[in-house]
Design a protein around this ligand. Structure first.
Ligand code: ARG
Length: 572
């Protein structure tokens, strides 16, 4: 089905076209009427005419085909009010459509999404949490539209620290190492290795020799390295499972995967004439990048000591994602501090012709995570906060809330529900902030059943489902007529009809946040509807209509939440 917005926009665009081909009607939802078209201003300016005159003439040429009525307001705004027949037929189409009006993409393609990317033998921190949650929501949105999503978990699994990490493993023994890492004490392991490295010169020597052996492909060293990687990945998987994140161990394609492609990266950059020696390092100077002093900024591909760095790996990864994975779109969900790194990598990849014009490549930036005090989120001693303990705490709080609300489920069932609520709390808090802005990690606020929170939306859904459990007999929304006599019914209906536009908007802007704003607004329309329109005590056709609105709202909340990676339990 075509969305109500698209139907109207199409009609308006036809009329605008008769003045200037391709002129944008600038159609928006509005408090004056249902929609407002503001495109007359720009059009009049282009034509050098008075906006009001253009508006009058345009309305005369406008064929709305009985979909809506139009009124000219102010200097030349067009206020449009939908006809009841249109609202009714659109709602009936929603009732019949399992996808609630969201058609799959007409041009499905392959999207490679780089997200999560924690580091081996290091604790995942809240920044990784944010990227993981946003990346996973985008992956779900793209899949829902029928695209092929290839997730790439670009785990940090290579570099000089592995020398000391492997030597620490040797000292500790494999079993003890596995035990430490499997309980998730990654930071403890890392810190202990670091402390020895700083204090003990023989350990330092061993570590250096170990790095050399690792890079030279020594078999036993490789085996020990894999123990560290596997134990860490096992731990990351446990975190993903706790949060219901769709990343699988097979999506882990760490930095080391690109090792054997790095020589080629350097060779090909050299033969393309892009490589410059600077202070013994091999670099590319992409136009437009300068440091604070205005000097050209190099992207270092190979360091003076011959070692390859983070940038070389990312260049190889771009190439791999285009040539081997055939990605039509490459997304990198990584924090804002890496903005310049990605701009330079993308620009060098374009210069080297590894990134064709038609491949969209974007750094999906997100801001920092702050504590409730609006400072960087850290423990009191200044270390990063352990992710798992945060999630576990959210579960405990959700469970306590359930108990306080008189929940009478069996213990297992209640704990499972508390887990679903905690996931919703943590994920929604991240997603409901526009991703470029800093988000605030405030456990008290996010587990609350009130306000703009995940649990609030879950509760709105569960409450709707409870209406249907109380119905004395089977009920079916097929064939229901939507009269929408009450303003609150009409407002709820307008909200429901906007779902597909919002899903598209969230996807094209890569802003899951938009879906959150929409769902919260829908829940508020629902509250006004409840206050004004009794459902179960009304009779006949009116009761059926209100039930159908409730059912559509429940389905929209559940589908919308699922696209954000949030479950919608039937009972809370
Ligand atoms: N492991 C890196 C970090 O923790 C993030 C990697 C992001 N992805 C990439 N392709 N560089 O900061």
């Amino acid at each position: 089905m075509t969305s109500t917005y698209e139907l109207l926009r199409g009609r308006l665009a036809d009329a605008f076209d008769t003045f200037v081909p391709g002129a944008d009607p600038v159609l928006r939802t509005s408090d004056h009427g249902d929609y407002q078209a503001n495109g007359i201003m720009a059009l009049a300016k282009q034509l050098g005419r008075a906006p009001r005159d253009v508006a009058t003439e345009l309305v005369a040429r406008l064929d709305l085909g009985g979909l809506a009525t139009v009124e000219i307001a102010g200097p030349g705004f067009l206020n449009l009010t939908l006809e009841p027949t249109l609202l009714s037929s659109q709602l009936r189409a929603l009732v019949r459509d399992a996808r609630l009006g969201v058609a799959t993409s007409a041009s499905p393609h392959t999207v490679v999404i780089d997200y999560s990317a924690p580091n081996v033998a290091k604790e995942m921190h809240v920044g990784h949490l944010r990227g993981t949650v946003i990346g996973d929501a985008l992956a779900r949105l793209y899949r829902f539209m029928g695209h092929t999503v290839i997730a790439r978990n670009h785990v940090g699994d290579w570099g000089t620290p592995f020398g000391m990490l492997i030597e620490h493993l040797v000292d500790l023994g494999e079993d003890a190492t596995a035990a430490t890492l499997s309980i998730g004490d990654l930071d403890g392991f890392y810190r202990a290795a670091r402390a020895k490295f700083d204090a003990d010169d023989t350990f330092k020597d061993r570590s250096r020799r170990r790095v050399v052996a690792l890079q030279a492909g020594d078999e036993e060293t490789g085996r020990l390295w894999r123990v560290l990687v596997e134990q860490s990945v096992r731990y990351f998987s446990a975190v993903y499972e706790k949060l219901d994140i769709t990343l699988a161990p097979s999506d882990v394609v760490g930095e080391s995967y690109y090792n054997n492609m790095l020589e080629d990266v350097v060779r090909d950059l050299a033969s393309a004439g892009l490589l410059v020696e600077s202070d013994g390092a091999r670099c590319v100077f992409a136009p437009g990048f300068t440091n604070r002093e205005g000097e050209p900024l190099p992207l270092i591909v190979q360091k003076r000591d011959e070692g390859f760095g983070y940038a070389a790996t990312d260049l190889a990864a771009v190439r791999d994602r285009v040539q081997q994975l055939h990605g039509d779109e490459l997304l990198y969900v990584v924090g804002a501090p890496q903005a310049q790194h990605f701009e330079m990598v993308f620009s060098v990849a374009r210069l080297a012709r590894w990134l064709p014009e038609q491949v969209r490549c974007e750094h999906v930036i997100f801001g920092n995570v702050l504590g409730a005090d609006r400072k960087m989120f850290k423990t009191r001693s200044g270390t990063t906060v352990k992710l798992v303990s945060l999630i576990d705490e959210a579960v405990e709080r959700a469970d306590a809330t359930l108990v306080a609300r008189g929940n009478d489920m069996a213990l297992d069932e209640r704990r499972a529900l508390a887990t679903q609520i905690a996931r919703a709390a943590v994920k929604y808090a991240d997603l409901s902030t526009e991703r470029q802005r800093d988000s605030v990690f405030d456990l008290d606020r996010m587990v609350s059943f009130e306000g703009d929170t995940g649990p609030y939306l879950q509760y709105a859904h569960a409450r709707l489902r409870s209406i249907f459990r109380r119905l004395p007999s089977a009920w079916d929304s097929e064939g229901v007529e939507f009269v929408l006599a009450h303003e609150a019914e009409r407002s709820l209906a307008m909200g429901l009809l906007g779902f597909s536009d919002v899903v598209h908007g969230a996807l094209t802007t890569l802003q899951p946040h938009r879906l959150c704003v929409y769902l919260f607004d829908l829940a508020q329309r629902l509250t006004s509807f409840y206050e004004a329109c009794p459902v179960l005590t009304s009779q006949g056709a009116l009761r059926d209509e209100r039930l159908a609105l409730c059912e559509l709202t429940a389905r929209t909340l559940a589908l919308g939440l699922s696209l954000l990676g949030i479950e919608a339990p039937d009972q809370m």
